[in-house]
Design a protein around this ligand. Structure first.
Ligand code: CO
Length: 134
């Protein structure tokens, strides 16, 4: 598995974007609102394939807003790029990791995404993602 991105929960996407532009010295290359997940996201390239994903909740009910309420802003998840997400999900489940959903969902950047519960992965919410083949 390849490290694809680190997801960071932010209270204000525009402010966080401005800060990361200063840190990384590059503008966000992609922004997207994902209504099904209740988030607005911005991506920064940090190498050929690795990225930083900033996530802002769209409403107070959004999982990101609830996360910030409990834990404050900061690192929210780590995402790995896989070739065959269904096979990797089955492998991870068989190894005893607890899925947070039944099926992969369409996430940011035209990818299928799937999450494992941080209680089963040493405190780190773990995302698998796979590029959707066209
Ligand atoms: Co992500």
């Amino acid at each position: 598995m390849i490290l694809d991105h680190i997801g960071i929960a932010v209270a204000n996407l525009d402010q966080a974007k401005a800060m990361y532009e200063k840190i990384l010295q590059t503008p966000a290359y992609h922004e997207e609102t994902i209504n099904s997940q209740g988030v607005r996201v911005a991506f920064f390239k940090t190498g050929d394939d690795s990225k930083i994903e900033l996530l802002e909740g769209l409403t107070v009910e959004s999982p990101i807003s609830k996360y910030i309420e409990r834990k404050g802003e900061g690192i929210h998840h780590v995402a790995y790029l896989v070739e065959d997400i269904k096979a990797e999900i089955e492998r991870m489940k068989a190894a005893g990791f607890h899925p947070l959903q039944e099926e992969p969902k369409i996430g940011a950047g035209n990818k299928l995404v799937f999450f494992f519960h941080p209680k089963s992965t040493g405190g780190v919410l773990t995302e698998l993602c796979q590029k959707i083949k066209e």
